[in-house]
Design a protein. Structure first.
Length: 201
């Protein structure tokens, strides 16, 4: 099946202050001093470990209600301003970030964040229990976050822009790009973002 994309129209009109709202949100993120916590992650594959380095990353993003958390990889001994970069964003669900080892092995900076600012590399059951509401550990960071297991489709605050769950997610995305652009190895030219479904948004 196919459809002319030029005939696809918005579901509703753009709010008149749309650009002003997001300009203000980005300005608030930009004004927060960037604090980066990098934890080296050992690579089990000796061949990979000889070529690249991998970090568990935590970035502050206080306005979003949760830090940015993800994995960052890059080749050893990369010179300043030489590497292109690719940042990956997740589809809907509750998961650890993936490890962008392949990107680094291909000579790029790789970065992937998990959508909710959760700790990475916990047992799969941890993420299942968070999504199902069986554990509320993450609620210590922001009351109500992930309280609704169907957050992507049935958020009671969806129409309230100050409390809509995705506002914080977008702010973490923006902070993740700010971090990547601060890396000395980035070539200052080539920055790609990749995502499907929620990550595509």
């Amino acid at each position: 099946a196919g459809f002319d994309p030029r005939k696809i129209t918005p579901a509703r009109p753009e709010p008149p202050d749309f650009d002003a709202y997001w300009a203000k949100a980005k300005q608030e993120v930009d004004q927060e001093p960037l604090r980066v916590k990098l934890t080296p992650v050992p690579l089990a594959d000796a061949g990979q470990a000889a070529k690249i380095k991998l970090f568990d990353v935590e970035l502050n993003c206080s306005g979003s209600g949760a830090p940015v958390r993800g994995y960052h990889a890059l080749p050893y001994a990369a010179e300043a301003k030489t590497l292109p970069a690719v940042v990956s964003f997740q589809g809907a669900g509750v998961h650890s970030a993936g490890r962008p080892v392949g990107r680094a092995l291909a000579g790029m900076i790789g970065f992937e964040i998990n959508a909710h600012g959760l700790p990475n590399d916990r047992p799969a059951q941890f993420y299942k229990d968070l999504q199902s509401g069986k554990i509320l550990e993450f609620e210590k960071l922001k009351p109500g976050i992930l309280k609704n297991r169907n957050y992507a489709f049935n958020d009671p605050d969806a129409l309230e822009r100050e409390t809509n769950y995705f506002v914080g997610m977008f702010e973490r995305v923006y902070m993740s790009l700010r971090f990547l652009k601060s890396l000395p190895q980035w070539d200052r030219k080539n920055l790609a973002v990749v995502g499907t479904s929620q990550g595509g948004a």
